[in-house]
Design a protein around this ligand. Structure first.
Ligand SMILES: NC(=O)c1ccc[n+]([C@@H]2O[C@H](COP(=O)([O-])OP(=O)(O)OC[C@H]3O[C@@H](n4cnc5c(N)ncnc54)[C@H](O)[C@@H]3O)[C@@H](O)[C@H]2O)c1
Length: 352
């Protein structure tokens, strides 16, 4: 099963470790180091069987290669998955993360990790005690803290660029925007959009959170199951992945999709489905690059807040280039952005 999965993958290596004390599989996938060390978060998750975890590592590490290449941060793509029988807490969690840190350290810096689903700043602090190849630690431990505010700012610039391309004006004022997921990124995005005069409709499976954000920004609330049906100018997925699929795309009543969530397309053909429906899709890995810019910029490149602000604003410029390339080449924005990423990697591999 492992052989079959890895056989169809075009990455560099997968480190596999079975951690007997926690009965967990640990997979680190380094998809590409052409532009720098493979960089991507640590996902902790319960899977029905380890092959699914390996599948996630292969897919998500490849996505990080594209994201980091487009963001131009001097990193390649990687990802790790801790496939646990149940989410560990307390000492068991700390001890397991220590052994995971030893695994990452053993890779000699070819992989650099950070937070992802079910891992936190505090977890990265634990990893950082035994391994230098980690970003996203707490400020107290020498890291740059949460990346969510910068991700939200980057998405805001991406939304403005998308509105400009679709409607001829980047002004969110008076535009109806549905924000799916009002968590760390979605909530702050709502603040930015409300301040810019957008009419907001929000949804979150955490009803109290949705209500708090809605009251703060003067938004309407829609149930999570109905968010796709709301007539609007722009739909912004800021919750989970795979939300754009054969079931949801025909329901969308928007002109544009642009949001923070990772891996929004359930399958590659969904980019074509969106285009066929007349919906401009801003590729997630372009729009949500604020997170990796925050980490790499502050923790590796020593950027000032002014430099960070300029790079977050430039997400809008990158997106304009992607839309123009897509139109010129007659492909979807997803395909155009992937091509730009591949070209950057090819140049790095063979500068001559
Ligand atoms: N935090 C970052 O810097 C960053 C960077 C890049 C990408 N992302 C991606 O952006 C998304 C949001 O990240 P976050 O940090 O805000 O996470 P978060 O966990 O703080 O917020 C996600 C919110 O979505 C809600 N949610 C889950 N399923 C939902 C559904 N079906 N409908 C409506 N709401 C739902 C959750 O209740 C939660 O409030 C994630 O996909 C994440 O991978 C985050």
């Amino acid at each position: 099963m492992f052989e079959e999965l890895i056989g169809g993958w075009d990455g560099e290596f997968v480190a596999t470790h079975f951690d007997a004390p926690s009965s967990s599989w640990m997979f680190v996938g380094v998809h590409s180091t052409a532009l720098g060390p493979g960089f991507g978060g640590t996902r902790m998750k319960v899977y029905a069987e380890p092959g699914q975890a390996l599948g996630d590592v292969l897919r998500l590490s490849a996505a990080m290669t594209s994201k980091n290449a487009i963001a131009d941060i001097g990193f390649g793509g990687g990802k790790s998955v801790l496939a646990v029988p149940e989410i560990p807490r307390g000492d068991a969690r700390t001890e397991m993360l220590g052994r995971y840190a030893d695994l990452v350290a053993s890779l000699g810096g070819s992989y650099v990790t950070a937070c992802d689903m079910n891992t936190t700043e505090r977890d990265m602090d634990v990893v950082g005690e035994r391994c230098p190849h980690v970003m996203g630690r707490s400020v107290a431990a020498g890291g740059s803290g949460t990346s969510a505010p910068d991700t939200a700012i980057g998405v805001f610039h991406g939304i403005r660029a998308s509105l400009a391309y679709a409607f001829g004006s980047d002004d969110p004022s008076g535009r109806t925007i549905v924000v799916e997921g009002t968590g760390a990124v979605g909530g702050q995005l709502c603040d930015l959009l409300a301040e810019a005069g957008a009419k907001l409709v929000v949804s979150d499976i955490a009803h109290e959170l949705a209500r708090t954000v809605a009251e703060r920004v003067g938004a309407d609330i829609v149930g999570p199951a109905d968010a796709f049906d709301v007539p609007c100018d722009l739909f912004s997925p800021c919750a989970t992945g795979a939300v754009l699929n054969a079931d949801t795309i025909p329901r969308l009543r928007c002109r544009v999709v642009a949001g923070a969530a990772n891996n929004q397309l359930a399958e590659a053909g969904d980019a074509d489905r969106l285009a066929a429906a007349g919906i401009l899709y801003a590729p997630d890995f372009v729009v949500n690059a604020g997170g990796v810019l925050h980490l790499a910029g502050y923790e590796r490149s020593g950027w000032t807040p002014e430099q960070m602000s300029a790079r977050l604003t430039a997400i809008g410029d990158t997106l304009r280039d992607v839309f123009s390339a897509a139109e010129r080449d007659g492909v979807t924005p997803e395909a155009a952005a992937s091509r730009i990423a591949r070209e950057r990697i090819a140049v790095a591999r063979d500068p001559g």
